[in-house]
Design a binder for this molecule. Structure first.
Ligand code: NAD
Ligand code: LMR
Length: 328
């Protein structure tokens, strides 16, 4: 007998990321090849026609695991009984903007969605915020859903982890599977700190394998921090397939156990770990046992790393101050 379906809500389902993401969820790549899913797809009214086309394509794939599709412009229907809320829907930045330039445009979306999640979602709901600036949008949504425990809220720094791992692998001349424990600290923004000091390559410290410290402190960090902007410059649109892939990786990293010696990068609610201000949605290295997860404690930071983490912390604090009026 097949398992009961897991309900997955995707907001902004007719957008670019949605178009890459929905088919991967429906094919079983998000929650595994045994797990049926119901897709609950939220869009704004003007995009419902486009969403209808996406729904037809989903139907035409005849995915055996896709138990039902519920396209809607109503938050109540979108979040009704949902187990995973993937909050993608929002405006992407254009060339020349920083992600937090979107705060005033997108911030207002996440309070009402947080409220709707609190009222309508399943009691085990977990929320991954993708829409930018994702850390602070997650902070806003959570502020409107105090009933939903802190360990259910995530913002997406996994794309940064994947970007960083790929850069380290190329530099070291090894397959990307040989790179592990790449932590992204702080904000999904140009102040994030991709932590090469705690990363490993082929089981050894990345700093031993890659002796070029100037590259690690310079081009490596800048490439990861600026990758989103470079993609917008090249494509004329923000990353979509790689972002959808990172959504799949993020959820998988929560519902599956973390491999020994590795970590998953996720922005989660801070309770003061590593001296970060409480309540910020802060990028940390996380370890899951498949049921619950924890921030990996005890990693060491050089003076260089501490200064980088200070900068991204300051940015997140200033974003929190800028949206104080949206925090309820
Ligand atoms: P897109 O413009 O292609 O699609 C966004 C969709 O959201 C549109 O279809 C739009 O109609 C819909 N939408 C807007 N307001 C909505 C609302 N209130 N409720 C429901 N749907 C709504 O954009 P995209 O390329 O899919 O990117 C979506 C977001 O994801 C952007 O904010 C982008 O910056 C962000 N993003 C984050 C990461 C990350 O790593 N965290 C990576 C890539 C993109
Ligand atoms: C990314 O990192 O590609 C996304 O956050 C989109 C952006 O604006 O950079």
């Amino acid at each position: 007998m097949s398992k009961p379906p897991v309900h997955v809500t995707v907001t902004g389902a007719a957008g670019q990321i949605g178009y890459s993401l929905l088919f991967r969820i429906a094919s079983g790549q998000l929650l595994g090849p045994e797990q049926p899913v119901v897709l609950r797809l939220l869009e704004i009214e003007p995009a419902m026609g486009t969403l209808e086309g996406v729904v037809m394509e989903l139907e035409d794939c005849a995915f055996p695991l896709l138990a039902a599709i519920e396209p809607t412009s109503e938050m109540k229907t979108a979040f009704d009984g949902t187990n995973w809320a993937l909050l993608v829907g929002s405006i992407p930045r254009k060339a020349g903007m920083e992600r937090n330039d979107l705060l005033t445009i997108n911030g207002g979306i996440f309070g009402p969605q947080g409220e709707a999640i609190a009222v309508h979602a399943a009691s085990d709901v977990r929320v991954l915020v993708v829409g930018n600036p994702c850390n602070t949008n997650c902070l806003i949504a959570r502020a409107h859903a105090p009933e939903v425990p802190d360990d259910r809220w995530f913002a997406m720094t996994r794309l940064d982890q994947n970007r960083a791992a790929s850069q380290l692998a190329t530099k070291a001349g090894v397959p990307v599977a040989d790179v592990a424990r790449v932590a992204i600290w702080g904000n999904h923004s140009s102040t994030q700190y991709p932590d090469f000091e705690n990363a490993t390559v082929s089981g050894r410290a990345a700093t031993e394998v890659i002796a070029d410290r100037d590259w690690l402190e310079g081009d490596f960090i800048a490439t990861v921090q600026q990758r989103g902007a470079k993609i917008i410059e090249a494509r004329g649109a923000s990353s979509a397939a790689s972002a959808a892939n990172a959504v799949v990786d993020s959820v998988a990293s929560v519902v599956n156990a973390t491999a020994e010696g590795d970590c998953a990068s996720l922005a989660v609610v801070s309770h003061g770990e590593y001296g970060t201000p409480e309540g910020l949605v802060f990028g940390f290295p996380v370890r899951s046992d498949g049921t619950s997860w924890e921030i990996i404690e005890g990693l060491e930071h050089s003076g260089f790393a501490q200064e980088r983490i200070r900068l991204t912390t300051e940015e997140l604090e200033s974003e929190r101050a800028a949206v104080a009026h949206l925090l309820g």
